[in-house]
Write a protein that binds this ligand. Structure first.
Ligand SMILES: NCc1[nH]cc(CCC(=O)O)c1CC(=O)O
Length: 325
């Protein structure tokens, strides 16, 4: 290990704030580290993520890790492609933030109070599809840019509301703008939303061991289940797929306490005409397999057709329909 460990991060306030939590935790474990900012394709383009490709936020960071420019990469886990990359290990998944999506709306409104035709900004097919499925007649508008830009569109009156990950606002200290933390029954978050992936090079075992002190076993299991589901669906972070897993304590008939993982997942049609949902419960030791099992159930229920459609929101379009579940 070199004297000062280099932590690679994107340059946004959110990314540097996230990376700094890793720096501080490593310092507490006696490892001195500094942040190194790496520009990614996702930072250089304002196009919808589904048109610039999977891994836009993470590929450049991984290259910097591979070529030794940095020693650690801190990613928002939900931006990482599901395909494994043998060059790296995810040495820690720190305790995850609240994974729910957040509504930031004018006048303190909650989702159910938004009138038909209210302009709601989001570009994630998962959010578009689930919003349309509510059948509320919302006018879903494209939205990209960093968090400040996004929430600024509500303050300026350009949009009635935006939907962003609550975790992002929490990390940059802007939970004050949240008017509702959306119930997963209405809007299932993206697989791994709110979690960080702290990567280092395979074989960098001393550093991996230092980083592993930041790992949270429950968060790791929950994320493994959600991403197992995504992988089995052969879908990426731009697919209309939602998932949320939780590890909770349960008690068996002999009074013994044990950990149980519960996972819910959905695949939604981009036009809001259909949402397929299912859930599963099992041992956290089988987290990824539970995710894959649930994906196969969703596929049996007809998810295949819905997964592949990732049409971006058209300005002004507001197709909606009642969900059949
Ligand atoms: N796709 C962009 C992205 N990647 C991670 C976050 C937020 C932080 C997180 O989910 O961990 C966001 C913004 C958003 O979805 O609103």
């Amino acid at each position: 290990m070199s004297d000062i460990v280099k932590i690679g991060t994107r340059g946004s306030l959110l990314a540097t704030t996230q990376a700094d939590t890793v720096r501080v935790a490593l310092a507490a474990a006696g490892v001195e580290a500094e942040l190194v900012i790496v520009k990614t394709a996702g930072d250089l383009s304002a196009a919808p993520v589904q048109t610039i490709g999977v891994g836009v936020f993470t590929a450049a960071l991984r290259e910097a890790l591979a070529d030794g420019t940095v020693d650690i990469a801190v990613h928002s886990y939900k931006d990482l492609p599901t395909a494994a990359d043998d060059r790296f290990v995810i040495a820690a998944i720190p305790a995850r933030e609240d994974p729910r999506d957040a509504l930031v709306a004018r006048d303190g409104l909650v989702l159910g109070e938004l009138p038909a035709d209210a302009k709601v900004g989001t570009s994630a097919p998962r959010r578009i599809a689930q919003l349309r499925a509510l059948g509320q007649g919302l006018d879903v508008r494209p939205l990209r840019g960093n968090l400040d830009t996004r929430i600024g569109k509500v303050a300026s009156g350009e949009l009635d509301a935006v939907i962003v990950a609550r975790a992002g606002l929490s990390r940059i200290g802007r939970l004050d703008v949240v008017t509702e933390a959306l119930d997963p029954v209405q809007l299932l978050p993206a697989p791994a939303q709110g979690a960080l992936a702290v990567e280092c090079r395979t074989g960098d075992t001393d550093l991996a061991a230092a980083i592993a002190t930041l790992d949270d076993a429950h968060s790791r299991a929950a994320v493994a289940a959600e991403r197992g589901l995504l992988a089995e669906l052969e879908a990426g972070c731009t697919a209309p797929v939602g998932a949320i897993a939780e590890v909770v304590e349960s008690i068996d008939e002999d009074g013994r306490i044990f950990d149980e993982l519960s996972l819910r997942g959905c695949v939604a049609a981009i036009d809001g005409s259909d949402t397929i949902r299912a859930s599963i419960v099992g041992s956290p030791d089988r987290a990824e397999e539970l995710g894959r099992e649930l994906a196969r159930e969703l596929l049996d229920l007809g998810a295949r057709e819905l997964v592949s459609v990732t049409e971006p929101a058209q300005a002004g379009s507001h197709v909606q329909g009642g969900s059949h579940v």
